[in-house]
Design a protein around this ligand. Structure first.
Ligand code: GLP
Length: 254
């Protein structure tokens, strides 16, 4: 059963999430972390940096795999997920560059890049702790709602909803990339532990669908109900549409 933690606000969500990451690294210093981008995990990354600076976390043996990257944005593009990760986490902790993995959105052969990324994940084994945000349409990574979804690392065409949601980071909607490379649901579901974060009432509908107990590729996050160890940390806003029906499907924890 999925565990759900309903917390006061964004800051508490971020702090609780960082504590879980810290515990994981203390338990297993060579933890393989699956990392997400977007605005949701920013607060968690701030706490992790602070914990590292206080000597509470050593990242020297940690390995990371990012979920996704926009196609066409080079690593030095301020809106690329490469740039985001260095700016908001990697530049401030003692992680080794060779332990960082992010799909290359400007690879000459994008199909080959997907295969390479998939091989890299397999070479390491499996992800110990996968951190996820959620799109307003229930996407995880960039696994967008569709009739069917490829399970391995693949190229996706972003939906209008996602392009609209992400345009706030770009000068104009035309600049938002239309395609991305995303880790597949298979690697996400193979992770030993998954932690999904959501904050704000614009995520309430996606969270309600996720907890409904009805699997559909039209809401990719619904697949999480099949995983044995998922913790969902949401604030009051993201929890605002939950009724007894959804809450009966989960284990509330604090
Ligand atoms: C983005 C990312 C996802 C992220 C989601 C939500 O497009 N590809 O990994 O979880 O959409 O983003 P945000 O946290 O900014 O709401």
């Amino acid at each position: 059963m999925m565990k759900v933690m309903i917390v006061r606000d964004y800051d508490e969500m971020s702090r609780r999430a960082a504590e879980i990451v810290k515990e994981q690294i203390l338990k297993k210093p060579d933890t393989v972390l699956g990392l997400a981008t977007g605005s949701t995990p920013l607060g968690m990354y701030k706490y992790l940096i602070e914990m590292h600076k206080n000597g509470e976390i050593d990242f020297s043996n940690v390995i990371t795999f990012n979920l996704d990257e926009y196609i066409g944005l080079s690593p030095d593009h301020p809106q690329s997920y490469h740039y985001y990760m260095y700016e908001n986490l990697f530049n401030h902790i003692n992680i080794k560059k060779e332990n960082i993995h992010i799909p290359n959105g400007v690879a000459e052969d994008l199909e080959e890049e997907c295969k390479r990324y998939e091989r890299e994940i397999r070479r390491i084994g499996r992800i110990d702790l996968q951190i996820l945000g959620i799109g307003v349409n229930g996407h995880i990574g960039f696994n967008e709602p569709d009739e069917s979804i490829e399970t391995k690392t693949h190229i996706v065409t972003l939906t209008e909803e996602t392009i609209n949601a992400n345009k706030r980071f770009f000068k104009s909607i035309e600049e938002v990339p239309r395609r991305a490379i995303t880790m597949g649901l298979s690697s996400i579901m193979k992770a030993r532990k998954i932690m999904l974060l959501a904050s704000g009432s614009n995520k309430a509908k996606a969270i309600k669908e996720t907890l409904k107990g009805r699997l559909t590729t039209k809401v990719p996050s619904t697949v999480l109900a099949l995983h044995p160890d998922v913790t969902i940390i949401i604030d009051k806003g993201a929890a605002s549409l939950l009724t007894d029906e959804e809450l009966a499907n989960v284990e509330l924890t604090d």
